[in-house]
Design a binder for this molecule. Structure first.
Ligand code: ACO
Length: 328
């Protein structure tokens, strides 16, 4: 990256208390624990209570990230929330979060890039800081996927969970921080992963609700093939831009969509599993929140040491993808 070196000053995560296990799902759809574990790597996921929305999860994660960064909310210049489950169409979840935090000086916007949203958000915010426009930015991935999941569809309902992860970005010493970003999109694959209802194409109506158009629809195996291809190539491109070799990676923090997708990425990057953050067994796929939750958990577990080379990589609806290389 060009300009002032920018890095992560603090991380935070929040997951709701309620646990939905594979055995619970066996009672809801025609599936079984063994199939889910072997085909996805997932055992349980967290689910919000009916009154919780994405901004509530974002707020909890953000408080921790701010505390770890050693700054207060009123020092924030920018808040970016990546989500496909905003509290409402507008105002944005980032504006609702700004008010909850009391971050009165901060500009705020939401970003829609599905599961790649957090990396898109990092790239945006980091550039504001690198150019000297802003000093501190909060980037959050927050999702209540349980609220857009059809719990009668076994193809999707086994995959998703709820939660939020947040980071505070700011200037760091020379030699540390973000080295590169690789972002991409392929709108021709938009049909593979979508929610049709509730937008301007198909506004909410009795009929759209009856037809379940407000739930996630996914062509699982096509998305799987795309993910296997793009996770490796996006990470390699980010490494090439950073001038860093695969062998120098200390920790890979991938989007937590499926253990088989993660294993394919590890094979391509020639990395052993102990150099990868994996927590999809506990939380499932939390879309834009997956990577920041995994990053915050790696931080909590002491797996991020100063000078470590960390690679973030994700893919999602759009289709979209993103990768970043940073020195911790
Ligand atoms: N339990 C039992 N059997 C099931 C289940 C289930 N929950 N789901 C599907 N099956 C069956 C299918 O019906 C099929 O049966 P059939 O052969 O009789 O037709 C069989 O299992 C195999 O189905 P596949 O879809 O081929 O299974 P696959 O190995 O591809 O795994 C999965 C499915 C887990 C969905 C996988 O394709 C995947 O992970 N895809 C990527 C999903 C993803 O990452 N999406 C990103 C979404 S994030 C976002 O943007 C919100």
């Amino acid at each position: 990256m060009i300009g002032i070196p920018v890095g992560i000053l603090g991380t935070g995560k929040y997951v709701p208390e309620r646990v939905l296990t594979n055995h619970d799902l066996e009672q809801m759809v025609d599936t079984n624990d063994e199939w889910i574990r072997t085909r996805t790597g997932m055992s349980e996921r967290r689910i919000v209570s009916p009154e919780q929305a994405s901004s509530d999860l974002a707020y909890e994660a953000s408080k921790i990230a701010l505390e770890k960064a050693g700054i207060t909310a009123d020092q924030l210049d920018l808040i970016v929330v990546a989500t496909i489950t905003p509290d409402m169409a507008f105002p944005s979840t980032s504006c609702i979060l700004q008010e909850k935090l009391g971050a009165r000086r901060a500009a705020a916007f939401d970003l829609s890039a599905a599961c790649s949203g957090f990396i898109y958000g990092l790239a945006n915010a980091a550039n504001f800081i690198a150019t000297g426009t802003y000093k501190y930015a909060l980037v959050v991935g927050a999702e209540c996927l349980s609220k857009i999941t059809d719990y009668t569809d076994r193809n999707t309902c086994i995959l998703f969970g709820d939660g939020a992860g947040a980071v505070v970005l700011g200037a760091v010493p020379e030699g540390r921080g973000f080295r590169s970003f690789e972002l991409g999109a392929d709108g021709s694959g938009g049909e593979l992963l979508k929610i049709e209802g509730g937008g301007s194409r198909l506004p909410s109506s009795q009929q759209s609700l009856e037809e379940k158009r407000h739930y996630i629809q996914m062509a699982g195996s096509e998305v799987f093939k795309f993910a296997v291809r793009i996770m490796g190539s996006a990470a390699e491109e980010a490494l090439r831009k950073a001038g860093i070799e695969k062998s120098e990676i200390d920790l890979l923090v991938p989007h937590q969509a499926n253990i088989r997708i993660i294993q394919a990425s590890l094979n391509r990057l020639e990395l052993p599993e102990d150099k990868c953050m994996i927590n999809l067994d506990k939380y499932g796929n939390v879309s834009a929140a997956s990577i920041p939750i995994a990053l915050a958990e790696a931080d909590e577990q002491g797996r991020l040491q100063e000078g470590d080379c960390v690679v973030l990589v994700g893919f999602g609806g759009g289709l979209t993808w993103g990768a970043s290389v940073l020195i911790w």
